[in-house]
Design a protein around this ligand. Structure first.
Ligand SMILES: [Zn+2]
Length: 420
């Protein structure tokens, strides 16, 4: 979406305070996504008059969210004030519950990571309360670090590898964890309330949806329509259309891991046979690349440690590892071709564990797209490797947690007073 489109929409609202808040958010987003600029350029690019933009920038500076620096002093030629986002006073927390690992990150408004924690778990043998207690402990550590850094926490968003009902905020079904109808947000909120008062708002979302949020880039036209493939024990997915993650009717869109690709294949965690994730999930790669007693399969290790070992073996050209990566890459491309034929995305992003091993997976994916997509040049679709990899979901969760501040920066004064 172009900045000007947002302007048109908010201008139609009658409430002047709401218009002002939305315009301040528009300026903040523009500074975050496109970097520091002069007040004049900022006004032109956001479709605001220079007078209005200057007044709003002053208000944002009073809230401590932007700094204004005289360009003359930096010897930049023409006089003008450079406006820069100052993100350190507020952060969002993203958390992730997966079958074999938990992760938490706190990211400030400028995108800098201020706290990061992760832990390997065996999510299949632990009951949901046990997993949520471990996660709440990590979130609590992140809240403490944010406090030490002087940042107000705008919210906490927990990503789960499963179906999350956006309206009720309940985890409807997480097949690989064996969860059904779990109120994860309320559970985490209750646990945090014993140490943090008041507790920042807690929300829950599908982890691949959050991973896709981290991949959004309004400055890249090829990312306005994209498919994000988030590789974990299974396979999560999200479809981005017109610059937004498409949630579907109940928030359940993107369950591409359960596309049937191999009717005579393996049993899936969901109870069906031959789902796409049974041939591309980390479990499938580990089964193809390692023996059952291989330390890489040890759930006590963090995901990063396991992947680092696989990367090392691939770099040493270990035959079994390379063959397994080629097999997974070929299946990944076979399923991706179905999505490219259906959606004609500008980009297919290999995220999650796929990104760490992207160097070896991408050639096979591109070969399948070239062979299986009807449109010329694979529909012009680019295969990109996520810069965030397995941290994309927690990063996306942190970004989603910051949304209320970007929608209404004036609410920050209240947050500063309430949660510090
Ligand atoms: Zn399945």
């Amino acid at each position: 979406m172009r900045d000007a489109d947002i302007t048109v929409r908010v201008s139609a609202t009658a409430d002047p305070a709401a218009v002002r808040a939305a315009r301040m958010g528009l300026l903040l987003r523009s500074l975050r996504d496109r970097g520091p600029r002069s007040r004049g350029r900022l006004a032109v690019e956001t479709g605001l008059t220079r007078t209005v933009a200057t007044g709003l920038v002053d208000e944002l500076a009073e809230l401590g969210l932007v700094s204004c620096e005289d360009a003359d002093r930096r010897g930049a030629g023409r006089p003008g004030v450079q406006v820069r986002l100052v993100g350190s006073s507020v952060c969002g927390v993203g958390a992730e519950i997966n079958v074999d690992h938990l992760a938490v990150v706190a990211v400030d408004l400028a995108g800098s990571v201020i706290a990061e924690f992760r832990r390997g778990i065996d999510g299949r043998s632990l009951p949901p309360e046990g997993v949520l207690a471990e996660l709440a402990g990590l979130v609590d550590d992140a809240l403490a670090e944010a406090r030490t850094a002087g940042a107000t926490v705008a919210g906490i968003t927990v990503g789960v590898a499963g179906l999350v009902d956006t309206a009720t905020q309940r985890v409807t079904l997480a097949p690989n964890l064996g969860w059904r109808d779990i109120d994860a947000a309320e559970d985490v909120r209750r646990r945090l309330a014993t140490t943090a008062t008041p507790v920042p708002p807690v929300r829950v979302a599908n982890e691949a949806t959050l991973a896709a949020t981290a991949e959004l880039d309004p400055t890249d036209a090829d990312r306005a329509d994209m498919v994000v493939l988030y590789g974990e024990v299974g396979l999560g997915g999200a479809i981005v259309s017109g610059g937004r993650v498409a949630p579907g009717r109940h928030g359940w869109a993107g369950e591409i891991g359960h596309l049937p690709v191999d009717p005579r294949g393996r049993l899936c965690g969901c109870g069906r046979t031959g789902c796409w994730e049974t041939v591309v999930g980390l479990r499938a790669l580990l089964e193809a690349a390692t023996d059952p007693d291989d330390p890489v399969r040890d759930p006590v290790l963090t995901l990063e440690e396991r992947l680092a070992t696989l990367v090392e073996r691939a770099r040493l050209a270990d035959g079994r590892t390379l063959a397994a990566l080629d097999e997974v890459g070929t299946w990944l491309g076979t399923g991706a071709a179905i999505l490219v034929n259906t959606l004609n995305p500008g980009t297919v992003v290999l995220s999650g564990y796929f990104a760490v091993l992207g160097e070896w997976l991408r050639p096979a994916v591109e070969a399948r797209l070239a062979a299986d997509v009807l449109a010329p040049r694979a529909g012009g679709t680019r295969v990109a490797i996520s810069a965030f990899g397995p941290t994309a979901a927690v990063r996306g969760g942190a970004l989603v947690s910051l949304e209320p501040v970007l929608s209404d920066p004036t609410a920050l004064a209240e947050l500063h007073g309430g949660t510090r």
